[in-house]
Design a protein around this ligand. Structure first.
Ligand code: ADP
Ligand code: ADP
Ligand code: ZN
Length: 209
């Protein structure tokens, strides 16, 4: 699942993963778990994340490959937020083969992205994703699913979102082109209501199997 910061990758990936019975593997969630647990990896990643920069490839690739080596990933998995550089795409291709992936590319204009990120709230308990306007919880500050507390990401402040957009356009957009050259990209208009985005993503995967 590819797309800009706040395009809706996590929202769609968690629902698709549930429907497909596959694990949802989000490198952003893995980094945030490392941050909140105070691990060495979390400490290494913190400055990059809070500055809206990409974490160096070797750290990301080791963390991701460690995660997808688990038994629960043996039948496949849904990647959210990886790969974000050509080096990451190359390493995934070396592991899986060049065309063993289907890329869903969520297309959302930058101004919509800024609006989405600025209202995003995450659950501390289960990582569920909310938005103060577009997807509010039933009770303010409380997760509908698990009752956990909701928080705003440090990197969702407007000036950091702008940095993340720069990283997206300079480092990640070329990866979409890299996959397009391999014929594995299904583009989806992400600027629609979530149910319509979901239907389009599901159609991409139907065509792929
Ligand atoms: P977004 O909402 O921008 O999609 P994520 O939760 O996926 O955010 O990622 C948050 C931050 O974690 C990124 O801005 C970056 O610093 C780091 N990160 C996540 N995935 C990667 C990756 N594949 N490569 C490098 N850095 C990453
Ligand atoms: P990403 O994983 O790409 O960073 P998220 O799935 O976390 O994006 O979504 C970013 C924010 O936008 C969240 O607050 C989410 O509730 C909201 N959002 C996601 N999809 C839509 C949509 N189709 N329409 C309106 N808001 C959305
Ligand atoms: Zn929750």
């Amino acid at each position: 699942m590819m797309g800009g910061p706040g395009a809706g990758k996590g929202t769609q990936a968690s629902r698709l993963a549930r429907e497909l019975g596959l694990p949802h593997v989000s490198t952003g969630d893995l980094f945030r778990a490392n941050l909140s647990q105070g691990t060495e990896l979390g400490e290494k990643a913190r400055g990059y994340m809070n500055g809206g920069k990409l974490v160096p490839d070797d750290l990301v690739i080791d963390m991701l490959f460690d995660r997808v080596s688990s038994d629960d990933c043996a039948a496949g998995y849904l990647l959210d937020g990886f790969p974000r550089t050509e080096a990451q795409a190359e390493s995934l291709a070396a592991r899986l083969g060049d065309t063993a992936v289907t890329v869903i590319n969520l297309e959302v204009p930058d101004e919509v992205i800024v609006e989405r990120a600025s209202g995003r709230m995450l659950c501390r308990g289960c990582n569920a994703i909310y938005h103060t306007t577009f997807n509010p919880p039933a009770n303010s500050g409380v997760c509908d699913t698990c009752g956990g507390g909701l928080y705003q990401r440090d990197d969702d402040q407007a000036e950091v979102v702008r940095e993340r957009l720069v990283a997206y356009h300079t480092q990640t957009a070329p990866v979409v082109a890299w996959y397009q050259a391999r014929g594995v990209v299904c583009s989806v208009d992400g600027n629609q209501v979530p149910d319509d985005v979901f239907a389009a993503c599901a159609a991409c995967l139907q065509e792929a199997v």
